[in-house]
Design a protein around this ligand. Sequence first.
Ligand code: MG
Length: 388
Amino acid sequence: MSSSRRPKRLALLGATGSVGGQVGDLVLRHPDRFALHSLIGGHDANALKLVAQAHPEAHVLLAEPAGGDRSAAASAVERVLTDPEVDLVVVAVSGSAALPPTLAALRAGKDIALATKEVLVMAGDLVREEMRRHGSQIFPIDSEHSAIWQCLWGERREAVRRLILTGSGGPFLRRPLSTLSGVTVAEALAHPRWKMGPKITVDSATMMNKGLEILEAHVLFDVAYQDIDVLVHPQSVVHSMVQFTDGSIKAQLGVPDMHLPIAVALSYPERVPDVVPAPDLGAIGQLTFEALDEQRFPAVALARAAGERGGSAPAVLNAANEQAVALFLEGRIGFTDIVALVRRALAEAPAAGSMSLDSLLSADRWARARVLELAGEGSQRTSSKVRT
Ligand code: MG
């Protein structure tokens, strides 16, 4: 690498999270390539202070300061993300909170390394419109989409036949179907391959994560829903594939470690040396694949249907799922109630008109409130049953 070029300056939204920490690792390991322009945390000032100690050069701010003025904080975040000094914005906060700052950065023409799939799931059309208008790009950090993106480098769009998203199947791939309703929080949080935050780990157990990834892939790569497949691959070595019109399939392989897709997104179009060891295929011996069991994992078809319905349905799917997962993690609903509640919220969701940011955020709020109501009704029924 030439030393004459200055490092890429990153604004990091979600500095205290799991992906944020790995971005920090890569910056410290490769000061010739990357520098942190800013570190933005959520509400945890102490956690942010700890992260900031390793990066004294970075601007530091909280997006949700305790007792602070929320809208002033939001403007401060947008000012930092859109600073002319910033070469790449890294968005790695979970949930719909990432949407307004991401749109602001796209409007400022910034390229974004995006870990937050909710942004694309909720507001795919809006995001695509802003990218087109301002010439900004999104580099996916989600491992499956990073894989597809890498398979597409140097290929022509019209040569793409299908996208094949792989998923490990999570901890309940072999568990008897009749026992799924009794899954505990601890069991759902024990993912066999990836170490991630609790929300996405539960999404992996229901495979709603793969459903959300279908919507994400549709937005990122402009491929029709019926041409995006899911294949179960328990070893999590093949991170996803692209099938081309001539019958070729390209796959990207790697050890299941998020440092790799993060490094790909940060350094594009270059590659960072020695991010992780390559998988030892001789030692692994076998890579296996199996078709998705739709009965075991109904979340995948539900998500695909929400994508095909369009409008605010993906935002409802996403918000209803976030709320239902939170209720499950609090021990207030059962594991199979998660997808059941999302299905009911989607069935009842009003058809929305224009897809402005406001209408998407209001669909998001409606879905959360509706899931809380439905869960409350459910628990009342349960307790009255217990009494009789
Ligand atoms: Mg993923």
